[in-house]
Ligand binder design. Structure first.
Ligand code: PLP
Length: 391
């Protein structure tokens, strides 16, 4: 038999199907709320000003494309550290940071490190979570379990159930937490809830694996990292998967980093060797361009300030849309309490399909919308189309 005739067919990614259907829809007034990229008021995902300026410099000044090495652009990692960790950065001897191909690469690298350290570890993810989390963790050979996280009908975090489930996790298990702007729900832990989760992680001897993919798009750079910083300071072992792809708008450049905090300097040094060996088998060296552009931005006070200004404007636009949705219908009031690009609407699949057929409004079957897909003037007609289907 031929080798590849043994392959099993795989279901196609529903989001890709949604994109194709949207493109094929001839209606002018159609709305794409499916794809997970930031869009401005005009539905565009522009290159951020500071990134554009950095790329211009890079093109003029780059005189070689020789390899950088397995940990990528070290200066990029160093310049991100104060932004990500603030005052919580801690002992450099216990910390490893390495550039990765996007947040996805960081998640996979972290998963592989966990699998090397403890092949039978279980990683606990919330229900629901980003649909790529479980496949990434499983691809590294890990066991994935899920704990309750969000109740779409009640529009709230199922915090007590989450805590109960974590109380049953075995010592050495890993808990995957979203740093901010939870995908797909928009529901973030409050700071008191972070405290309680961190305490539970400590008392059960668990490990926190935090995914921070939207820093600056929720409540601002510092507030969005508050939970991570608490965990980083309080727990002996933490992994962080970080993406620059959304907050620097460099999605296709695959820009991210992974940090680990370890119990002591010796463990950190050994972990570093393992991390580099794993990266070598996964991608050898990360791509340069996005990280180089981010490094140039952060290394220049003017560009860095402009990046912060533009990021704040993006964040404010999302907040404004959330306020507008919340005031348009009392059943959407909860959207103002949540953060980031994504929200789960209390509509079932029938409602989602009816809105697509009648109004050309595209969202995933689970009722997830990308809030940034709306212009402020789209809010009223969108809510009108939604109202008959709202639970
Ligand atoms: N983590 C979450 C929660 C995400 O939503 C995403 C992107 O959609 C990622 C990680 C991956 O980001 P990147 O595109 O940098 O790989």
């Amino acid at each position: 038999a031929r080798l590849f005739s043994g392959l099993e067919p795989r279901p196609s990614d529903p989001l890709l199907g949604l994109m194709t259907a949207f493109r094929a829809d001839p209606r002018d007034a159609k709305l794409d709320l499916g794809v997970g990229v930031y869009k401005d008021e005009h539905g565009k995902t522009p290159v951020m000003r500071a990134i554009k300026a950095a790329e211009t410099r890079l093109l003029a000044d780059q005189d070689s494309k020789r390899y950088l090495g397995g940990d990528g652009d070290i200066r990029f990692v160093e310049l991100l550290e104060p932004i990500v960790f603030g005052d919580a950065l801690g002992d450099p001897a216990r910390r490893i940071g390495i550039q990765t191909p996007g947040g996805t690469g960081a998640l996979r690298l972290g998963a592989e490190l966990i699998a090397r350290a403890r092949p039978n570890a279980t990683v606990w993810t919330g229900d629901p979570t980003w649909p790529n989390h479980t496949p990434i963790l499983r691809a590294a050979g890990l066991t994935v379990a899920s704990h309750p996280f969000y109740d779409p009908r009640a529009r709230t975090i199922r915090f007590d159930e989450m805590m109960l489930a974590l109380g049953k996790a075995a010592p050495g298990d890993v808990v995957l937490l979203h740093g901010c702007c939870h995908n797909p729900t928009g529901a973030d832990l409050s700071i008191e809830q972070w405290d309680a989760v961190i305490e539970r992680i400590a008392e059960r001897d668990l490990v926190a694996f935090i995914d921070l993919a939207y820093q600056g798009l929720g409540d601002g750079l510092d507030a969005d990292a508050a939970g991570l910083r608490k965990a980083w300071s309080a727990l002996p072992e933490v992994l962080l998967a970080y993406s620059c792809d959304k907050n620097f708008g460099v999605y296709r450049e695959r820009t991210g980093a992974m940090w680990g905090r370890f119990a002591d300097a010796d463990t950190a040094a050994i972990a570093r060797g393992n991390i580099l060996a794993l990266a070598r088998t996964l991608w050898s060296m990360p791509p340069d361009h996005g990280a180089a552009a981010v490094r140039i931005v952060l290394d220049d006070p003017e560009l860095a300030a402009d990046w912060r200004t533009e990021l704040s404007a993006m964040c404010e636009r999302l907040g404004g849309l959330r306020q507008a949705l919340a005031s348009a219908d009392p059943r959407l009031a909860y959207l103002a309490e949540q953060r980031g690009m994504f929200a789960l609407l209390p509509v079932d699949k029938t409602g989602v399909h009816a809105m697509r057929d009648a109004h050309g409004i595209y969202m995933t079957d689970g009722g997830r919308i990308n809030v940034a897909g709306l212009g402020i003037d789209d809010v009223a007609p969108f809510v009108d189309a939604l109202r008959p289907h709202l639970a």
